[in-house]
Design a protein around this ligand. Structure first.
Ligand code: NAP
Ligand code: MG
Length: 469
């Protein structure tokens, strides 16, 4: 066995304290070996953490924007300095290929912190409407509950805007990938964040996550994960009428319009495949449905198959996070999941002997109402669908309970923007528009409620008060 990362202490009230819960093993999905052991929080530890966050709240809320920006800038610098350490931990807990571990998992959250500090320095905490002074005030204690697919990024997009607003935080990271969160706690500690402002309580969702969701000392639950668990959390949080921010699943569509020339068409297919397979297909905004004009389906199949062939499992394509997740994803590899006319145009690639890998897979001529077109796969499986017209393409794209990401490709920018406006989704990239670390992030429909990152992320953890004079 390789060396094992041991984390036996929890970060509560500015100190490292022994965890009172059971130990939990962290498995490297690329080797199937134990790569870490953490001690989980007991329910007493959760109580201590919530009390610490409550006690720290008034002092932190009273700090100036400049003070909070200065601390967050130091946190950002520590993460940037320790980027290779973070990348190494995420490589271990997620099996991420090294290049992806650095760029997607560390450099992107650092960019998000920069954008959030920038937003903080411009944020209008007070404004006026007539004789009213409008105040944005931090909500209090935010419980952050995060998933395994982006172990640092998913934490950063919740915790940094909350701290920027002047709220305090109790974090429960995903049990499958808790290691990066410990390193983040060390970064907060060395940056001089005051005691109790950030607290780390790893543990299972059913115990620690549920306790935080019920706790009267928590003012807002910010959750990212699956839609079923999000639904459950919204229900439990309703008992204390907590505010909830939910970032849930997606089934995002990449729509290629009829006027795309061959060059744009090829670019659209290539970028859609890359986006769909990013992080082993385990991103919530994955463009997992490619919608093309009926007359060009054969062209799309050929291009997508060629692009998919470049994602060799174990090299460019990482594993899925767990054996359970692999089993889930395998249930979509049969083209029948895409309806009776669906065909596999790429699949069955050679897999490494160890690790929770599946072949990158492209299934075409998929029925828009089929399981493959409707359900989030969370693995490297792309569905290609044919549309008889641009209007039909929009209707197919919107035929989903989800509305998180999306893309539009067309020769006429204005026409493509007009289609973007018709998509019922929180993010749309037109003709390859780049990820913006300062833009609001969140979903329409059952992809969630609330927005993260930048100014919208800060506003999301604020109460609004009107003071009349
Ligand atoms: P999950 O099972 O919903 O878990 C997410 C987090 O919630 C984990 O920390 C989990 O804890 C915790 N949890 C589970 N049950 C809970 C409960 N009853 N009360 C409170 N907390 C609970 O999701 P996942 O399997 O980790 O992640 C995959 C899913 O997340 C996919 O569907 C994906 O689309 C979605 N996702 C969405 C976004 C987005 O931004 N919209 C981003 C990433 C992922 P433990 O697992 O540690 O027990
Ligand atoms: Mg789960």
């Amino acid at each position: 066995m390789t060396d094992v990362q041991r984390e036996t202490a929890l970060y509560i009230d500015g100190r490292w304290v022994p965890g009172g819960g059971a130990d939990l093993e962290v498995v490297d999905p690329a080797t199937e070996e134990v790569t870490g052991v953490i001690t989980q929080a007991s329910t007493d530890d959760v109580e201590t953490a919530v009390a610490a966050a409550r006690a720290a709240f008034p002092g932190w809320a009273a700090t100036s924007v400049a003070e909070r920006a200065a601390v967050l800038r130091r946190v950002r610098d520590v993460i940037a300095e320790r980027a290779e350490v973070f990348a190494g931990l995420i490589q271990r807990e997620l099996g991420a290929p090294p290049k992806v571990a650095r760029a997607l998992h560390v450099d992107t959250p650092v960019a998000v912190i920069d954008a959030t500090i920038d937003a903080l320095e411009r944020f209008a905490f007070t404004s006026e409407i007539g004789n009213s002074l409008i105040r944005h005030e931090p909500v209090g204690v935010v419980a952050a509950i995060t998933p395994w697919n982006l172990p640092l990024h998913q934490v950063v997009v919740k915790v940094i805007p909350a701290l920027a607003a002047g709220a305090t935080v109790v974090l429960k990271p995903a049990g499958l990938t808790p290691l990066a969160a410990f390193e983040l706690a060390r970064a907060f500690d060395s940056a001089g964040l005051p005691a109790g402002v950030f607290n780390l309580v790893p543990g299972s969702g059913r115990v620690v996550g549920d306790l935080l969701t019920r706790h009267p000392g928590v003012d807002q639950v910010s959750f990212t994960g699956s839609t079923p668990v999000g639904r459950q959390i919204a229900g439990v949080a309703a008992e204390t009428l907590k505010r909830v921010t939910l970032e849930l699943g997606g089934k995002s569509a990449s729509v290629v319009l009829a006027d795309a020339d061959d060059e744009l068409f090829a670019k659209a297919v290539k970028i859609t495949v890359a986006n769909c397979f990013l992080n082993g297909g385990q991103t919530c905004t994955a463009l997992s449905r490619l919608i093309v004009p009926e007359s060009r389906i054969a062209q799309a199949e050929e291009l997508a198959a060629a692009a998919a062939a470049k994602y060799a499992p174990g090299a460019r394509l990482g594993p899925l996070v767990s054996a359970e997740q692999r089993k889930e994803v395998e249930s979509y590899l049969d083209p029948a999941s895409g309806g009776s006319d669906a065909v596999t145009v790429y699949g069955g690639a050679e897999l490494p002997e160890r690790g929770y890998y599946v072949s990158p897979t492209v299934i075409s001529r998929v029925d828009p109402d089929s399981r493959l077109a409707q359900e989030e796969v969370f693995g490297p499986v792309l569905a290609i669908l044919a549309a008889g017209s641009d209007d039909e393409a929009v209707a197919i794209a919107n035929n989903s309970i989800y509305g998180l990401g999306g893309a539009v490709w067309g020769a006429d920018d204005d026409a493509a923007l007009a289609v973007a406006a018709r998509l019922q989704t929180g993010q749309v990239d037109v003709n390859g528009g780049a990820f913006n670390p300062g833009a609001p992030f969140g979903g329409f429909k059952q992809s969630g409620t609330g927005r993260e990152i930048g100014a919208y992320g800060i506003a999301d953890v604020c109460e609004i008060k009107a003071v009349q004079r």
